[in-house]
Design a protein around this ligand. Structure first.
Ligand SMILES: [Fe+2]
Ligand SMILES: [Fe+2]
Length: 291
């Protein structure tokens, strides 16, 4: 037996319950976004590279979010805490709406720009189907916990006042920030379920190492496909300026490295980084837009 699995089973009795702060609601918002016109062009800072990076991310979401829902839902009957049960419902509802909106996003994008959606997402869909068939439920939940941490870190970057998303087409900014806010609201749900059913630190961190590799692989693959189709794969100027805009000193993703690394510390918890102020700021802006 995989030592990670036996380790997980051995501590199954150390259950822990819901830990989302009481001031944070996990509320599915059934939104639709008018993004067809924006998707025809370079919607992020009029930059082909940055636009391709975020479009590539969107491509991975529908398959990923179905996997997250399945892996959390698998354990729903084992959760006795009614609050965590309610959070699971909120989590599945939010991811369900994200999945629907990003499926529409991806189909519209591919139709507008001549990308083959099956080619773009097929490998990831098959990889996740393989995981569901061949890995244990606790391993699949650990994958979800790992990727949920990625999305929580990304959400923090996208909701911050100096976010790269402030340079986006307004409709795209609205969609990405809606998704980011809901990711932040539910950032500890899969984690809480993982602990409640006996998931261990060892499994959590070892899966994160592998998940990091595969996330990097999938996003790079999507980026290369998109840039090739756009005829910009060998435009080294956009690679240089794009990578600097993401990972340079003031890069859009640079601030994510430290929170990413915190996942590997003993006793890590998603809410040890208290990001409620970002949700409050987003909610007040959102209330004006949807008044
Ligand atoms: Fe999501
Ligand atoms: Fe999520």
């Amino acid at each position: 037996m995989d030592p990670c699995i036996s380790d997980a089973v051995s501590v199954a009795s150390t259950a822990r319950q819901a830990s989302t702060p009481s001031g944070v609601g996990i509320k599915p918002r059934n939104r639709s976004h008018d993004i067809a016109a924006a998707l025809q062009g370079e919607w992020l800072n009029d930059d082909a590279f940055l636009t391709a990076v975020f479009n590539g991310m969107s491509i991975t979401f529908p398959a990923g979010e179905k996997f997250f829902i399945d892996s959390v839902r698998h354990y729903r009957q084992d959760i006795t805490d009614p609050v965590l049960q309610e959070h699971i419902r909120g989590f599945c509802g939010q991811e369900g709406f994200h999945r629907r909106e990003h499926q529409m996003y991806n189909e519209t994008l591919c139709a507008a720009r001549g990308y083959d959606l099956e080619k773009l997402e097929g490998k990831l869909t098959r990889r996740l189907a393989w995981a569901q068939k061949n890995l244990s439920p606790i391993q699949n939940l650990a994958i979800t916990v790992a990727i949920e941490h990625f999305t929580a870190v990304l959400s923090e970057l996208l909701l911050s006042s100096d976010s790269v998303m402030n340079k986006a087409h307004p409709s795209m900014r609205e969609l990405w920030r809606w998704h980011a806010a809901e990711e932040m609201e539910h950032k500890s749900v899969a984690f809480d379920v993982f602990l409640a059913v006996g998931g261990t630190e060892k499994l959590r961190t070892s899966v994160m190492r592998r998940a990091t590799f595969f996330i990097g692989l999938e996003l790079t693959r999507a980026l290369i496909y998109i840039l090739r189709k756009d005829g910009k794969l060998f435009d080294f100027k956009i690679w240089r300026t794009g990578l600097a805009a993401l990972f340079g000193e003031q890069g859009a993703f640079s601030g994510g490295l430290e929170p990413y690394k915190e996942f590997y510390t003993e006793g890590f918890h998603p809410w040890q980084q208290d990001t409620q102020h970002l949700l409050t700021e987003w909610a007040s802006e959102d209330a004006i837009e949807f008044a």
